[in-house]
Ligand binder design. Structure first.
Ligand code: SAH
Length: 352
């Protein structure tokens, strides 16, 4: 019993464990370890962010995608997916609504839609920056060339989310067709970091074929890559994919991993994801209580929210939406946290 508690102390002090040690943490998960991790995670988060929760307005710009990721509901070969793409005007009007509500970060996420040329995106990014100079722009538009990322950065984009999905090559090939490689994914992440973006990687918890060792590899990758942000959420099957009969990832394990990631990098920006809120009613609150400090409510037009279905049963009308920010504020307040109007950049200075 005490070995796991000792490992948690070691992680808290050194922010690093070996692959075997990460694996041990996961296989020996128990209530006492969960509690200890959570206590340390909350202490770490408080040092950098007090009791503040950052919100990001998530705008799902397109569900058109040239890729065929086996787990994803908007994969190219899903003929049942009702495709859409927002116009620049629609995106700007989402930003406008978000700004009024108090959002100071806009996240533009979408499939790898060929219409999103550098010119089109740079024009959009400049327009958002012009109107909302006090806001951060986060992109989550998949793999592009370094030259393209550089142009987007030069136009005013600040952050980029690109989950690595899994740090194991074999596992990567079990989740993606052969034209998508872990090598290129990692290259993109390194390019983004070199350019100067605040970068987010991440993975799904409980994706098909994922072993405990794979999760340990993900944690080691996060430790070594040291991203500014990290998105993890449970895998949820989608009915039109080959993984439709697979079981969803576990919310408790996801929260346990959020605490571990907060110990690996105490000042990381760590969202309690929509997927976590989908598998458990109070998933997002549990995520925050486990060490997360970011929530990404949906700012997409209501008419398209159901269409951006990466997985089944995505929450899409209730408290997850940006319009329900008041409810979110209340539910965060009830657990001792405060939603703030702030860009919410990574904080590098400890307050303690
Ligand atoms: N095209 C962009 C955005 C992808 S959607 C990109 O490639 O980065 C954002 C994330 O949703 C993905 O990185 C993936 O980890 C997650 N996701 C996709 N399908 C999912 C599913 N069925 N269950 C849970 N998460 C999923």
């Amino acid at each position: 019993m005490s070995k796991i508690l000792d490992l948690i102390d070691k992680l808290y002090e050194t922010h690093s464990l070996s692959l075997d040690e990460y694996e041990y943490l996961i296989t020996h998960k128990c209530d006492e370890a969960t509690e200890k991790l959570r206590t340390y995670a909350v202490a770490n988060r408080r040092k950098f962010y007090s009791n503040h929760v950052f919100v990001r307005g998530l705008i799902e710009v397109s569900n058109i995608c040239k890729n065929d990721c086996y787990y994803c509901g908007i994969r190219k070969s899903n003929e049942n997916c009702d495709r859409y793409r927002l116009s620049k005007e629609e995106i700007l009007s989402c930003c406008n609504e978000g700004y009024e509500l108090g959002f100071r970060t806009f996240v533009l996420q979408g499939g790898e839609d060929g219409t999103f040329t550098d010119t089109w995106l740079c024009d959009l990014i400049s327009a958002i920056k012009n109107r909302y100079p006090d806001c951060a722009i986060t992109l989550s538009l998949g793999e592009r060339t370094k030259e393209s990322y550089q142009k987007l950065y030069n136009s005013g984009a600040n952050r980029y989310l690109l989950r690595h999905e899994t740090a194991d090559e074999l596992h990567y090939s079990q989740l993606h067709p052969s034209n998508l490689t872990l090598e290129n994914r990692i290259k993109c992440l390194r390019d983004l970091k070199e350019i100067g973006f605040q970068v987010g990687c991440g993975f799904m918890v409980g994706s098909p074929y994922q072993s405990v060792k794979n999760i340990a590899q993900d944690l080691k990758f996060i430790e070594e890559f040291s991203p500014h942000m990290c998105g993890i959420g449970p895998f949820i099957p989608h009915k039109d994919t080959i993984f439709k009969n697979e079981k969803a990832g576990d919310a408790q394990l996801c929260c346990y991993l959020l605490s571990i990631i907060r110990l690996i990098k105490p000042n990381i920006l760590l969202p309690a994801t929509t997927a976590l809120g989908t598998v458990k009613n109070d998933g997002r609150e549990r995520g925050i209580l486990s060490g997360a400090n970011v929530i990404m409510p949906n700012l997409s037009p209501l008419s398209v929210r159901k269409k951006y279905a990466l997985y089944d049963n995505k929450i899409s009308t209730g408290d997850e939406s940006a319009q329900s920010l008041q409810n979110l504020k209340k539910s965060m307040h009830a657990i001792g946290y405060e939603v703030v109007v702030d860009r919410g950049d990574i904080n590098t200075i400890s307050k303690e």
